[in-house]
Design a protein around this ligand. Structure first.
Ligand SMILES: NC(=O)c1ccc[n+]([C@@H]2O[C@H](COP(=O)([O-])OP(=O)(O)OC[C@H]3O[C@@H](n4cnc5c(N)ncnc54)[C@H](O)[C@@H]3O)[C@@H](O)[C@H]2O)c1
Length: 331
């Protein structure tokens, strides 16, 4: 197998692990770019010297830079079996969810520009990274919410937070439209709470708890954390899902796939678990602040992805936390 993967947002949490898995699995070469909006070249330092990886500090919203990527792909594609586009570039993370204009420009317009280019260069498939945020306040039920469940989203009356999810939802329609009209194969993936050992700008709850406990022996949490429960998906598993899908053309029907684990834990139990791994019994927790439109639970059914591609998550939460702690202690 010798494929060409074109990846936007390649130094982000999903992009950098995709590069690692593609190169380690001898799947082909990568042309990747990122504008370092919230990442740096450090995340791919172990791959950057590999001749199969070409990196550009480019912006998805810059027309001239995207034209250069298109030109390069057109020149190189004849040397490869298949050509895949994976759109990881996004304005993401909780603090940005409220910034309607930036998230729209990059997450919606940028996604469509990249999709148009994939179609123009004749790519075999396009992967659209969407989000479990689209389930909004209805994000759990017995056995997990399914892709086909109807959505009831909180709106501007409640919180600007859902603007991020609304934009991502629109991209799922672009994806489906392109496949329905025979322009390309592809799918949208609704990821839920992805984490990695080395998030550079660690805003997520897992690195926040680990870092706080290591630095201060205590942690500050939102009031929501008194009742919230979550599942967490390691980026090794989220990226394996992307590559699994690309190997199953029949599954690339323009539809949506949940990507998650069903290992649910309350945030309070999570603090206790991380504390126990760090030798801190009953860590001190202070509650401060409240987040509107934050669902109490987020449990997704992954039956569709598992049945169609054979994917299943491999990293348990306990193993994933050990990786974060080891990385933090050794860096
Ligand atoms: N992390 C999660 O929990 C999660 C959950 C659901 C969905 N997702 C989705 O998965 C995808 C990947 O997310 P991630 O976790 O890797 O996020 P990330 O923030 O780690 O990576 C996104 C990358 O995109 C880059 N970027 C932003 N704007 C850009 C632009 N205009 N041009 C070029 N690069 C740009 C950033 O610098 C960053 O490196 C995103 O579409 C995100 O919405 C992530």
């Amino acid at each position: 197998m010798n494929n060409l993967y074109v990846i936007s947002g390649v130094t982000g949490m999903t992009g950098n692990e995709l590069v690692r898995q593609i190169l380690a699995g001898n799947k082909g070469s990568v042309i990747g770019f990122d504008n370092f909006f919230c990442s740096s070249i450090d995340t791919v330092e172990d791959c950057i010297d590999d001749p199969r990886f070409t990196f550009f500090q480019y912006d998805l919203n810059n027309i001239a830079q995207m034209a250069e990527i298109g030109y390069l792909v057109n020149r190189e594609k004849k040397n490869y079996d298949k050509l895949f586009y994976i759109n990881c570039a996004a304005v993401v993370h909780t603090e940005y969810f409220y910034r309607v204009n930036t998230t729209f420009d990059t997450n919606v317009v940028g996604m469509r520009t990249f999709l148009d280019q994939a179609i123009e260069v004749g790519a075999d498939a396009y992967i659209n990274c969407s989000t479990s945020e689209v389930y909004s306040m209805q994000s759990f039920k017995e056995g997990g919410v399914k892709e086909s469940d109807f959505l009831l989203m909180s709106d501007a009356e409640h919180s600007q937070r859902t603007s991020y999810a609304t934009g991502k939802l629109l991209t799922e329609f672009f994806m489906k439209d392109a496949v329905n009209n025979g322009k390309i194969r592809g799918a949208s993936l609704r990821f839920a709470n992805v984490y990695s050992k080395n998030e550079r700008f660690a805003k997520h709850i897992l690195p926040h708890i680990v870092n706080s406990l290591i630095d201060n022996g205590k942690v500050v949490l939102l009031e929501n954390s008194k009742i919230n429960k979550r599942t967490f998906l390691h980026n090794i598993d989220s990226c394996a899902a992307v590559l699994h899908l690309l190997e199953h053309d029949d599954a690339l029907d323009g539809s949506v796939y949940n990507v998650a684990t069903d290992e649910e834990i309350s945030i309070l139990d999570l603090v206790a678990l991380i504390g126990s791994k760090l030798g801190i019994e009953n860590p001190e927790i202070t509650f401060s602040g409240y987040r509107e439109s934050d669902p109490e639970r987020r449990v997704l059914s992954t039956e569709k992805l598992r049945t169609r591609t054979g994917w299943e998550p491999k990293i348990t939460l306990s193993e994933g936390i050990d990786m974060i702690v080891d990385f933090r202690k050794n860096s």
